[in-house]
Design a protein around this ligand. Structure first.
Ligand SMILES: N[C@@H](CCC(=O)N[C@@H](CS)C(=O)NCC(=O)O)C(=O)O
Length: 222
């Protein structure tokens, strides 16, 4: 039985969603974020040294990193579903977006979160200075980067309905987290109509809804 080590309101939502799409049985072991720091509890480090979610255990394997988990599950349980055939242009796009989500889209979104919160975390006396530094970094580096990233995602969805092509694939599941995070953190809205329609389509999928029901409140959902 697959066990998903699920941290509330986190990337492991994508793993639950994929398992629901595939109709594979699984068990959820739940972990709660510290409400103040939002960090995962130390128990997760007993499952994987980094103590981050998602992690799955299946048979003898313990696997972390959402992209690796998605690829493993599609390979092991997909029977060819949710992945384009090998050596096609769609497969190449699939691989690209699988890696793009955590490798390119999430870093500027994480920086945005950190610099937005930075001034709140320092003593009141030096808060204006911290705000100045944070705003400088946001203006010079983070915001332009985010704009380019979202514009690029939007322009790619102008070429096809889903990230890898005409069919919905696991790459769309992997890309959901940065797109949802961008709604909260980077003001992604209907002014980017292709990305917005993509979000509406994924949120309407029955498997997505079942995964949110099972995973618990998911604040990244609009
Ligand atoms: N690139 C990793 C990122 C894992 C990650 O940062 N997970 C977050 C949840 S969204 C986490 O566990 N945060 C709590 C913590 O760092 O303590 C992946 O895609 O699996």
């Amino acid at each position: 039985m697959i066990v998903v080590h699920h941290l509330n309101n986190s990337r492991s939502q994508r793993v639950l969603w994929l398992l629901e799409e595939l109709g594979v049985e699984y068990e959820i072991k739940r972990y709660q974020r510290d409400p103040k720091t939002m960090l995962a509890p130390p128990e997760l480090r007993a499952v994987h040294p980094l103590g981050k979610s998602p992690v799955i255990t299946d048979r003898d394997a313990t696997l972390a990193e959402s992209g690796a988990i998605l690829e493993y599950l599609v390979d092991r349980y997909g029977n060819g579903r949710l992945i384009p055939p090998a050596r096609t242009p769609e497969r190449l796009r699939y691989t690209y977006w699988m890696h793009f989500a955590e490798g390119s889209a999430m870093p500027p979104l994480l920086l945005k979160l950190i610099f937005d919160r930075l001034p709140r975390g320092v003593p009141g006396l030096i808060r204006p200075i911290a705000r100045l530094i944070a705003n400088g970094a946001l203006r010079a580096f983070v915001t332009p980067n985010l704009e380019r990233t979202l514009n690029f995602m939007e322009s790619e969805l102008e070429k096809s309905e889903w990230f890898a092509g005409r069919e919905f694939t696991a790459a769309d599941i992997q890309m959901s987290f940065p797109a949802e995070a961008a709604v909260r953190r980077a003001g992604l809205d209907a002014s980017r109509p292709k990305l917005w329609a993509y979000l509406e389509r994924i949120h309407a999928r029955p498997a997505y809804r079942r995964a949110v029901e099972k995973g618990g409140p998911y604040a990244l959902v609009r």
